[in-house]
Design a binder for this molecule. Structure first.
Ligand SMILES: [Ca+2]
Length: 292
């Protein structure tokens, strides 16, 4: 039985919402997390609790209740409003917190399972390295996403040339943009440098906007059978791109050649410094809300 809390299958983030989330969450005040120590489990449970209350009947997260859906769940295409929330701020990450803190440009692709642009535990591509070190997305888009589009494994760019503000007094910085996915290309990979930083970034890799429910892992096989999420909220850990060795939020520093595998870095509150870690620390959130 599904719990509604499942991994992406790619290890980069945590899925916390379900196909029944949108109307149950309401459209009023933002009930999102206020700190970097966001607990995805609580958030998911809150969504599920409110879903159950509003429908006054027990549901499982992958249950589709037609009357509560705003959009036909089995369409070929779905368009989402993506809200990025940046939790990186002085209050929770005080060590050398930069005056010009931001998330840099967002780059990536809508694609299928035949291609991957980055993975935890794998060294970064040139495009991902440049994104993580410099905040630039041109190599990623021109040398990696463009060939994928030409080969049919990707359907479109994700290219958002805007910065996202840091969190201030518990309020995350926000950025919004739209993406359109299709059954042939239902996956999203996108990244943005935590700026300034040596090679730290946020993002998702191969995140499916189809609700795989209990059949996760066979999405290619069963894509036609899955509904689109009405809303999906994904926490992004702070990733270490593996190509720079410094560990304070400052640009540049010594190179690691060849690059280490992509991993995690986290602000250790007790020590008051950033440290390499195997434990993901959420610094941003991507909220996918279906709008068409
Ligand atoms: Ca590094």
């Amino acid at each position: 039985m599904s719990t509604g809390i499942s991994g992406t299958g790619k290890g980069s983030a945590l899925i916390v919402a379900t196909a029944i989330g949108l109307t149950a969450c309401g459209s009023g005040s933002d009930s999102g997390p206020e700190t970097a120590a966001f607990d995805e489990t609580l958030s998911a449970q809150a969504l599920l609790d409110s879903s159950v209350e509003s429908q006054n009947q027990p549901v499982t997260p992958s249950t589709i209740i037609g009357a509560d859906l705003l959009f036909e769940p089995m369409t070929d295409a779905a368009t989402y409003l993506v809200t990025v929330r940046n939790f990186w701020g002085m209050d929770d990450f005080p060590q050398a917190f930069p005056d010009n803190a931001h998330l840099s440009l967002f780059g990536g692709a809508v694609h299928n399972a035949s291609i991957s642009f980055w993975e935890i535990g794998e060294p970064p591509s040139r495009g991902i390295e440049d994104m993580a070190e410099a905040g630039l997305i041109d190599i990623l888009l021109s040398d990696e996403v463009t060939p994928a589009i030409e080969q049919g494994t990707a359907s479109s760019f994700i290219e958002v040339r805007q910065f996202t503000d840091p969190a201030v007094a518990g309020e995350p910085g926000e950025l919004q943009f739209e993406i359109t996915v299709t059954r042939s290309h239902p996956l999203v990979s996108m990244t943005s440098m935590l700026g300034p930083s040596p090679d730290w970034f946020v993002g998702v890799s191969g995140l499916s906007l189809l609700d795989d429910g209990d059949t996760a892992g066979v999405q290619g096989l069963a894509a036609t059978l899955h509904p689109w999420f009405e809303r999906l909220v994904v926490g992004s850990p702070l990733h270490d791109g593996g190509s720079k060795s410094d560990i304070t939020p400052v640009m540049g520093g010594p190179d690691i050649i060849p690059p280490d595998p992509i991993g995690f870095v986290a602000y250790n509150e007790a020590a008051g410094v950033y440290l390499p870690t195997d434990v993901p620390q959420i610094v941003a959130e991507f909220d996918f809300q279906r709008i068409r």
